[in-house]
Ligand binder design. Structure first.
Ligand SMILES: [Zn+2]
Ligand SMILES: [Zn+2]
Length: 106
């Protein structure tokens, strides 16, 4: 799968549009280079896509790690912080930090 970095549309290589970029004359023949473009907006800023299992959307491959996208990681962190401060006292959180350093909490 591919993804448009401009509008976020994801599409398969078969569905990618293509345009011929005029590279001017190469010797006596005119040179054209075929480039892939987004089928939705026509932008050529396209990259590999990876699937995020959490939000079930295709995202830029660079932003997806272990099946989770950057956005979902941020949201999960916020949720975790909210849960943590709701359940544990500041001193307990300090203790948890120490445990995390020694053994890892999760
Ligand atoms: Zn696009
Ligand atoms: Zn996600």
């Amino acid at each position: 799968m591919l993804i448009c970095k401009d509008c976020g549309e994801s599409f398969s290589e078969d569905d990618a549009g293509s345009v011929y970029d005029d590279r001017g004359y190469c010797g006596s023949a005119r040179a054209y280079e075929e480039i892939c473009v987004c089928p939705a907006c026509g932008c050529d800023d396209i990259g590999d896509a990876a699937f995020c299992e959490l939000c079930e959307e295709w995202k830029e491959a660079d932003l997806v790690e272990d099946g989770v996208c950057e956005e979902c990681r941020k949201k999960t962190k916020i949720e975790f912080d909210r849960l943590l401060t709701g359940v544990f006292s500041p001193l307990q959180i300090r203790a948890l930090r120490q445990i995390e350093e020694e053994n890892g909490v999760l």
